[in-house]
Design a protein around this ligand. Structure first.
Ligand SMILES: [Zn+2]
Length: 286
């Protein structure tokens, strides 16, 4: 089974926007020039239905299931539409309330999301809201993850290129060290292998059984660095806690991220399949 553990909601306009607006911001950037070339090599379909287009590319990439990560509370609702469209493919995660708001009972909201609305995990965006990952808002989420044994994907490391917000200031995963052992059944996923805090991320995964690393966005942003990181991580923690994630802004990018593994000669086929889905299936109890 192959699972993309890190995917956001695409908008119908995304591919065109990426190619048309990109040159103004990213002209000459290695990742952008590489992406435009790869886009031209990938076959797509013309449709106004972005979910249909996504499924087309999932099929081309041989991906069976996709974890959908909402980045705000509005997207928690949108995620439901995708799950309704293809319940066997899309797995809904939940972005908990991340603003200190006296009117909201965070604990209640979270319980309701998991028990009544069937979300299968959490996506934490605190680092985009000028909060570190040891902010008090994280604790009700950790408690729920521990209680229901569901994973928490925490945005660590760099934000998407061109974000122009000081997300990095808040995104060092080192603060997870303060509580990882207090919630041993809460499986925490550090995104982007924590890049540029990758040594810290690998060290944390070596210390705590419940800390995992996703490789999202690295396959298309920095393929040669990803090779180094996978070799380095494998040397220390093996591959059982490494999860594939695409994290692109268009459905084509799922395919581009999976295709990275076509040229991987430094891992066995068995190791690759673990990264591409078998590890994720365990975390999701599939
Ligand atoms: Zn992401």
């Amino acid at each position: 089974m192959r699972i993309d553990f890190h995917c956001h909601l695409f908008q119908p306009i995304d591919t065109r926007r990426m190619v048309e607006v990109g040159p103004m911001i990213f002209k000459g950037y290695g990742f952008y020039e590489r992406m435009v070339k790869k886009f031209s090599e990938i076959q797509s379909i013309e449709t106004k239905n972005i979910m249909e287009k996504t499924i087309f590319h999932l099929n081309s990439a041989n991906i069976d299931k996709v974890v959908l990560l909402p980045v705000n509370m509005k997207e928690n609702q949108e995620v439901k539409k995708w799950v309704e469209f293809a319940p066997d493919i899309f797995i809904p995660f939940y972005n908990p309330p991340e603003k200190s708001d006296a009117d909201v009972n965070v604990k209640e909201e979270i319980e309701k999301a998991i028990v009544e609305e069937n979300y299968k995990g959490f996506k934490i965006m605190l680092t985009f809201r000028k909060k570190r990952l040891n902010d008090q808002l994280i604790f009700p989420v950790l408690e729920a993850a521990q209680k229901y044994k569901i994973p928490i994907v925490m945005h660590c490391g760099y934000p998407p290129p061109g974000t122009r917000k000081n997300v990095l200031t808040y995104s060092n995963p080192i603060v997870i060290d303060e509580y990882a052992s207090s919630f041993p059944k809460a499986n925490i996923i550090i995104t982007h292998m924590g890049y540029p805090f990758t040594d810290i991320a690998i060290a944390l995964a070596a210390q705590y059984p419940n800390i995992h690393l996703d490789i999202s966005n690295l396959a298309y942003m920095m393929p040669s660095r990803l090779k180094e990181l996978l070799i380095k991580a494998n040397e220390v923690i093996g591959v059982n806690k490494i999860l594939f994630g695409s994290d692109g802004n268009t459905p084509e990018m799922i395919e581009i991220a999976v295709n990275y593994f076509d040229d991987v000669d430094f891992l066995t086929d068995e190791e690759i399949e673990k990264i591409l889905g078998l590890n994720a299936a365990k975390l999701l109890n599939l």
